[in-house]
Design a protein around this ligand. Sequence first.
Ligand code: FUC
Length: 945
Amino acid sequence: MRPFLAALGIACIACGLFAARPADMPGWQTVRVPGAWEQQDRKLAQYDGFAWYRCFVKAPKEFAGQPARLELGSIDDCDETFVNGRKVGATGRLPPDYRGLSGPRREYAVPADCIRPGEWNLIAVRVYDGGGGGGLMGGAAMRLTSPRGEIGLEGTWQFRTGDDVAWAQWPADPTSAEGRKVAESFAKIPRAAGQASVRAALTGKAEPPASLLSAWYRQPAREWVEAMPIGGGRLGAMVFGGVEDERLQFNEDTLWTGGPHEYQHEGAKAHLAAIRRLLAEGKQREAQDLAGREFMSVPLHQKAYQPFGDLRVHFTGHDTAADYRRDLDLDSAVAAVRYRAGDVTYERRAFASHPDQVIVLRLAADKKGAVSFTARLDSPHKPAQTRGLGENQLVMAGHVEDGGMKFESRLRVIAEGGRTTVKDGEATVEGADAATLILAAATNFNNYHDTSADPAQRCEAAMKAAAAKTFDDLLKAHLEDYRQLFRRVTLDLGKTAAAALPTDERLKAAARDADPQLATLYFQFGRYLMISCSRPGGQPANLQGLWNDQLNPPWESKWTTNINTEMNYWPVEVTNLSECHEPLFGLIEDCAVTGRKVAEAHYGARGWVLHHNTDLWRGTAPINASDHGIWVTGGAWLCHHLWDRYRFTCDKEFLARRAYPAMKGAATFFADFLVKDPKTGWLISTPSNSPEIGGLVAGPTMDHQIIRDLFANTAEAARILGVDAGFAARLLEMRKQIAPNQIGKHGQLQEWLEDKDNPQEEHRHVSHLWGLYPGGEITPRGTPDVFKAARQSLLFRGDGGTGWSKAWKINFWARLLDGDHAHKMVVEALGGNTYPNLFDAHPPFQIDGNFGGTAGIAEMLIQSQGDEVELLPALPKAWPTGAFKGLRARGGFEVDAAWKDGALADATFRSKLGGTAKVRYGQKVLDVQVPQGKAVVLTSDDFRR
Ligand code: FUC
């Protein structure tokens, strides 16, 4: 107590401050929130210590009787937070027991009886900053939310340095004239925090949707990660489903910061030998310093994927919604919202059409003339301007930055009946029977070195074609296109009562209650996302697939190639969506061009190289920092996808035309790049790192596994195609000399050349197990000792991790043939790393975990990495009875299987090409002839004989 009082005294004396008097509030100033106080006022530039923030907000009367949530973003360093004088939360510890905790977002529960509905309320935050920037730093939404609405808290607040707990209280009773005067004078400050909006009251309880393959909810989305994603490959949106305010936050996959640019660091290769030498001498820090100065990408960072805009539709008078339900039906790729307001039932349906390249929103009601609304377009990009065009269109045009990418979107409102007017950048419809809203969007991007396209002309062409169709025709074309992909695979893992609950409730209970159908939903949701964000002609799925609402998205929402981009594409072939792989091949082909310049400039090598990230401009040089940016096997890993596509489809034309040229280029690079380790005589990869742990090193295990895979596949491709026999022989010869997998002193598979693994290390990357999955060189029967060591390494790493890390572990445990452990990881991913809308939580949202999870569930049911197709290799006890149809296996097979009481009941093999499958179930292996175009059925008896 005493040091605290002393600190308080000093703070107050230093600032000459005393408790505020009610009416004129002396000693208080105003600051903008969020942001460090140092940036607000020169006098505060050096200030560390106590300070208070306050704002007065008028709570709508609809907030009555409802608990609320106060979200304040992050605070430097620690805080105590009060609503109407009552403490609602604290993070870190204030002096005298000071412990700073600036990272976590502040989210505090506010009891219902703490809120004064229809009155002014005081939010007060007591902050202590121990050094550096201090205050309410933001980094997340700042608001007070209740089930009936929210109050935005960004804007101007009252502020003062010093400390007095009395400042948490009202200056005077809020119902008194004096108290009201203070609050009202606060509200007059320019941009005062506290804009309130009310949500419709929800009554009744909607029935679940008819299809179990639906993500559904009984309330609108409040957060972006509660909204429903739709996508037609290039164009996508998040549908919030608000009652009186619908929001479709939309994206187009080519809107990025920056412009065509080369990233290689000319002259870098002059330093390669020195970096290698320093690493060989064990001087890691010196090697990293030198590489940091001379070897990195120019510029050092890559560009960022951007949000495009928002379509906002406002409905007046919908202030009570009965039996509200919104659902995303995975079988039709349509997001729907339904509720009753008064005696009218309203229905909205939204989909993103790949065939028509537009987003369609249908607004309908069961009473004639009941559809009235105002629609507008806006964008987080400040230069964007919206104007009306003709009788029923809006045009929003803008650019990302000066000299940067240009974009345009158009909205056409086609009402049936009623009156449509376009004015002041808004389209208003009154008294229509129904309306179809068509949204087109485009940029000036042609390819990574050409941005000369005309977005206006693109929008016009798409709109002209789409608007000529009826809503029913648009929907029909969308369903035909989508379903021919989605319906190729069915899965049944069983069902419990939980399947009847809304998706958000199921996720909350996932760690506790058995809910096998949730795993089915998650699996099919991954396939849904893939079809929605990765279509021929478009960009591949980035870190967020297609969906991003932020100008500064996490990790720029790029393509990170040291796990994330590849994980995105793990499910495509096995879950029968081969076409969706195409955009990734396009990216590989681009990088095989840009990566040639980097191979030459950085390594003096032929062929091409891609490090751990690329962007729309196809940067391939090492970015960010030398301790993890210099990692050479991104391109080689991507080549595994080219080869896998061939193995799943047996398409020789693809192998010759697309796969082999890129694989040959990547293999050529490594033939030049590998060097002999002076200590062991093995060929090693140096400089590189084991992502993203341990810094810059010589010879990480992962690199050697990937390069072995690349060399073997490239040589095999050359053999199949009858080309480059000498080159192939050289690759196979070098391959034998590459440093092998080594088992270390803890029984682990070594992550590095040296036996230095820390068995306590729980890092999210498990790179040295690449050879187990997605690679195939570590197998139970082929390499039993290394297989055992890989298992030991995975046990050391533990079951924790980010979303994608857990998804990788599902696949690892499936390959380790441990279905129950794989299932444990599925449940942990669902219960701990999944947002209400089923998006994967790294956190933050990152789509790789969704795709890795889908791949992992498939991997539990069928594997074909060697020369066998194994049925139910990792079936967990939790899924005793079930069936799948349409999964694919390498060798060109399509497979169905059913099981009962934990044992295979039957399986069907089909092949477009015809061939022999070696089919394993448990210990038994059968050679099965599958004639072209025919189905062969196997029963449990076949495996008993
Ligand atoms: C890698 C990972 C991070 C994150 C980022 C996009 O750097 O280590 O966890 O997924 O990529």
